[in-house]
Design a protein around this ligand. Structure first.
Ligand code: FES
Ligand code: FE
Length: 376
């Protein structure tokens, strides 16, 4: 493992090499993405038995299928015969079975080995033993979360509990009924930056006044540089003349049915470590999933979710999509501008966390703890 010098104090960011070192990224894959719960796919994307998706989780490729009985299953995407990647597509639909393209070993949708050429002549190959290797899976907010750890940490504590704690009682995430919402738009961003730059950017709003003119028009308090998610449970209030969370402040849609009066006309944001951001506004939910692929490359998939009747009616969601699409484009451009400088000698000992960014220091402490680099 690479030597991991500690940042000198809470007002300093991580040193530059944390964002550029391939060996350190491999350590993060092993100790973070392969050990914590990772938000992999939207459950409704696998809409019928035989639908599958593959996603990169740390160093592993994970195959998620909908079984014949309707539940979701997750497996390592590796054939047990000679290790070929079983599904080479990122998504698809099979009828009943998954067949390896190399020597045609065939598995059912629950991962059981059910057929192989000449299997009856191979008494040593036990079908039960050579099924696909299963991966732990939980569903929450309408997404399938997977964990590669042999003994996954408590989902309730490390995912749900952490998210609810950040939002407080007032903004109970359940009120948004995210798992019942329909997909209005999905955009994928291929960001040439380390995943931690994206997390850190999302956690602060010191940059909002400089790079987010449309967002600060809708949420004027963001122009002061205070991150709404830092002030837990408070939410950021829409500006006086603002009718909805849209690119021009024009009317959105009716508020989601269980939203409380306290939650109306407010924007909440939370980070579910390590790779998920959720934004909650009265008429829709925006959920970002990050897929860290290299020390300097992160794919971000962003879903805009609305009440099912809004989507069924064919309503035009483009004004609300455009607002956060611009925010995303502005944020990711900032991260990409920062990434090359991480290897500059000017950033050898890192940068500075100003007072409104001190919660990023808490993220760094968490990261160092996961990496075993906190001296503990
Ligand atoms: Fe899959 Fe041989 S490697 S059938
Ligand atoms: Fe931003």
């Amino acid at each position: 493992m690479t030597t991991l010098p500690l940042p000198p104090s809470l007002i300093a960011t991580l040193p530059g090499h944390y964002y550029t070192d391939p060996a350190l990224f491999r350590t993060e894959q092993e100790r973070i993405f392969e050990r914590t719960w990772f938000c992999a796919v939207r459950s409704a994307d696998l809409d019928k038995p035989g639908a599958f998706r593959t996603v990169q989780v740390g160093r592993e490729n994970v195959l998620i299928t909908r079984s014949r009985t309707g539940g979701l299953r997750a497996f390592l995407n590796v054939c047990r015969h000679r290790g070929a990647r079983l599904c080479t597509e990122t998504q698809g639909q099979v009828r009943r079975t998954l067949q390896c393209p190399y020597h045609a070993w065939t598995y059912d949708l629950d991962g059981k080995l059910i057929a192989a050429p000449n299997l009856t002549k191979m008494p040593d190959v036990d079908r039960a033993t050579y099924g696909l290797v299963t991966v732990a899976l939980r569903e929450w907010l309408g997404y399938a979360w997977v964990c590669l750890a042999d003994e996954p940490p408590s989902f309730e504590d490390t995912v749900i509990g952490a998210a609810v704690e950040r939002l407080g009682e007032v903004a109970a995430i359940d009120h948004y009924g995210t798992e019942r919402l329909a997909l209005g738009k999905r955009l994928t961003y291929d960001v040439r930056a380390n995943w931690k730059l994206i997390v850190e950017n999302f956690m602060e709003c010191y940059h909002c006044a400089t790079i987010h003119p449309e967002l600060t028009d809708v949420l004027p308090e963001f122009a002061d540089g205070y991150a709404a998610q830092y002030y837990v449970g408070h939410g950021a209030e829409f500006g006086d003349g603002v009718k909805g969370f849209t690119v021009d402040g024009s009317e959105g849609f009716g508020r989601l049915p269980e939203i409380s009066d306290d939650q109306d006309r407010r924007y909440y944001a939370l980070t579910v470590k390590p790779t998920v951001f959720v934004n909650l506004v009265p008429d829709h939910v925006i959920l970002h999933r990050m897929f860290p692929l290299a020390e300097d490359r992160t794919v971000v998939e962003c879903d805009w979710l609305y009440a099912p009747d809004v989507i069924a009616s064919g309503a035009d969601v483009s004004k609300s999509v455009e607002l956060f699409h611009r925010v995303n484009a502005q944020d990711f451009a900032a991260c990409e501008r920062t990434q090359p400088a991480m290897s500059s000698r000017a950033y050898r000992s890192g940068g500075v966390l100003v007072p409104t960014e001190h919660h990023i220091g808490i993220f760094h402490s968490w990261l160092l703890q996961q990496l075993g680099a906190d001296g503990a």
